[in-house]
Each structure stands twice: as structure tokens, then as C-alpha cells.
Design a protein around this ligand. Structure first.
Ligand code: R5P
Length: 293
């Protein structure tokens, strides 16, 4: 296998290449004056299986999706025998069903586009809703980075911390963290108005007084969910509040708002490269490409 270093995840792809021993294929990328994208593989992939490592997080998630599709096409035209797309963050995964009449299912459209471009298999990290993968037209897998995030907090001395999911749907995430943290786990309740996007969060029977609490979520976007959860935790007397997320999009001033809400540290992965991406996904992706997870 060879690892194609997508321009959105160059460092991560190089780390995967180093950890797997699979040779890397650099990519030349540019944007034309009219905004269109260009990619060229700088290596021989004839007769090879390839993994294209390319996250599709903002900013520019649409362009990054196009780059991924173009790299798949280039690889196939250059004679690659199998193309695995490794998109640590998959854009559009939150539109995983038709919430309102008249909507489509964006994540399925993206999957069909990627297959049409030449992708044979798909790997991602903590896709928003695992059921989406069942509708992909190619074999598709998600692996969880939550244990790595929990280990980060254990190494910082927070073994026994409370793992909190900001909504019931994320409880499985809190439970994955709980297995590593060896503390309690629970969830808040969150309802969303599908027209305005406004959410309401409530707590029932939380026992977090004087505890260190880690709020865990797959995605932090505007930060509203974490800010709301932190407010409830403060009211309930939590001693320390942290945030662990796989995909820290941190749109606008989300980071500041979360820290201002009393969260002591935000920890994310390099699915979204940035100053909170303290955990590398390279070991997890390397294991997955070698079939070890
Ligand atoms: C939604 O269900 C996700 O798991 C996250 O909770 C959500 O995307 C976070 O969004 P925001 O940071 O804008 O509240």
C-alpha cells in the first residue's frame, strides 16, 4: 500500500506513512484564479493499493471534498488497484437523515460522489451517526478516537473523572471514555428546534458535585453545546470542567466562549488541525489500515 498525502492532512498522512512503513506519495495542489482546484500525484501508484489521507473539515470543506475526489480519480487513472479514502473528519455527516420534508441526505450524496470518483473503500473517525455508513455504496468503516482522548486526561492525572455526554445520543461516547477513565458517566438532555437550530439543554439526576468532569462530544462547532453543558455543570457544583472532542471545528469565537464558560481545557484531534488538536490520529489510522482495529 502507498499513502497519498492529501493537502488538507499532509502532516497526518506523513505520520501514517512513517508509522505503517507504507511509502508516501506527495501531492501538488493549487487553486486556479477562478477558485477551481487542481491536484497532481507526485509518485508512481501503478498496480498499488493506495490510502488517500485527506480531512474534509472547514474552512474549505467543499474544496477539500473535491480535492479528495480528484486525488481518487488521479490514482485510478495512474493504475492504482484499490483506493481507500481516509477522511478523518467527514463533512456533511450531520445531515444523516431527512429531518424535515424537502430535505435530502447530504452524507449519502457525498458518499455516492466519492464512489463515482473512484473510491473503493472508506475510512473515517467518529462519524456523527454510524448508521450513515450502512448506506454508503462502498465498504465503509468508522473508528473511535475517544479512548485516545480519555487516555490524554488519565495521563494528566484525571483518572476517575466523570465522563459527560452533552446529549443522550452521545452517551456511547461517554461510555467509551468511562472505560478508560474508570469514573462515572452520564448525559444531559438536548432538544433542537429543526427550523431555528436553537437547542435547549437540561440535566436530570447528575451527580457531579466536587467532581472533575470531562464533557465529550464528536464535534464541537459553534461551541454552544459545550457552553450550555459547562453552565449546568457549574450550577451543579463540578470542581473542574474539561472538554474532549474528536472534531474541534471551533467556528468563530467558539474556543473563547468555551473557555469563558469555565472549561479549563479543550482537547481535540488532528482531524481538524489547529491549536487544540493535541491528539494525533496517526496511530489509530495506521492500525485501521493494517486491519488491526
Ligand atoms: C450534534 O449532535 C453534535 O454531536 C454536536 O453536539 C454538535 O454538532 C455541536 O455543535 P455546537 O458546537 O454548534 O453546539
Amino acid at each position: 500500500m502507498k499513502v497519498i498525502c492529501g493537502p488538507a492532512s499532509k502532516e497526518l498522512a506523513e505520520a501514517v506513512s512513517a508509522q505503517t512503513g507504507f511509502p508516501k506519495v506527495p501531492v501538488v495542489a493549487k487553486v486556479f484564479p477562478d477558485g477551481e482546484f487542481y491536484v497532481r500525484l507526485e509518485g508512481d501508484v501503478k498496480g498499488e493499493e493506495v490510502a488517500i489521507v485527506q480531512t474534509t473539515c472547514p474552512p474549505m470543506q467543499n474544496g477539500r471534498l473535491f480535492q479528495l475526489a480528484f486525488m481518487a480519480d488521479s490514482a485510478k487513472r495512474a493504475g492504482a488497484t484499490k483506493v481507500t479514502a481516509v477522511a478523518p473528519y467527514l463533512a456533511y455527516a450531520r445531515q444523516d437523515k431527512m429531518f424535515l420534508s424537502g430535505e435530502g441526505i447530504s452524507v449519502e450524496t457525498i458518499a455516492r460522489m466519492l464512489k463515482a470518483a473512484g473510491i473503493d473503500e472508506f475510512l473515517t473517525i467518529n462519524i456523527h451517526a454510524e448508521h450513515s455508513l450502512k448506506q454508503f455504496p462502498v465498504p465503509a468503516k468508522t473508528v473511535s478516537a475517544i479512548p485516545l482522548i480519555a487516555e490524554y486526561f488519565v495521563k494528566k492525572g484525571y483518572e476517575g473523572a466523570y465522563a459527560l455526554a452533552p446529549d443522550k445520543g452521545a452517551m456511547y461516547i461517554a461510555q467509551q471514555a468511562q472505560k478508560v477513565l474508570n469514573g462515572d458517566a452520564g448525559h444531559l438532555n438536548k432538544t433542537r428546534d429543526r427550523y431555528t437550530g436553537q437547542t435547549v439543554q437540561t440535566a436530570e439526576g447528575l451527580k457531579v458535585k466536587d467532581q472533575s468532569v470531562i464533557i465529550l462530544d464528536d464535534i464541537v462547532s459553534t461551541g454552544g453545546t459545550i457552553v450550555g453543558a459547562a453552565k449546568i455543570l457549574r450550577e451543579q457544583g463540578a470542581a473542574h470542567v474539561f472538554c474532549g472532542c474528536v472534531h474541534g471545528l471551533l467556528i468563530g469565537d467558539a474556543e473563547k466562549r468555551i473557555l469563558d464558560a469555565g472549561v479549563e481545557e479543550i482537547v481535540g484531534t488532528d482531524s481538524v488541525p489547529g491549536n487544540i488538536s493535541k491528539i494525533s490520529l496517526a496511530p489509530l489510522i495506521s492500525q485501521a489500515l493494517k486491519g488491526a482495529v
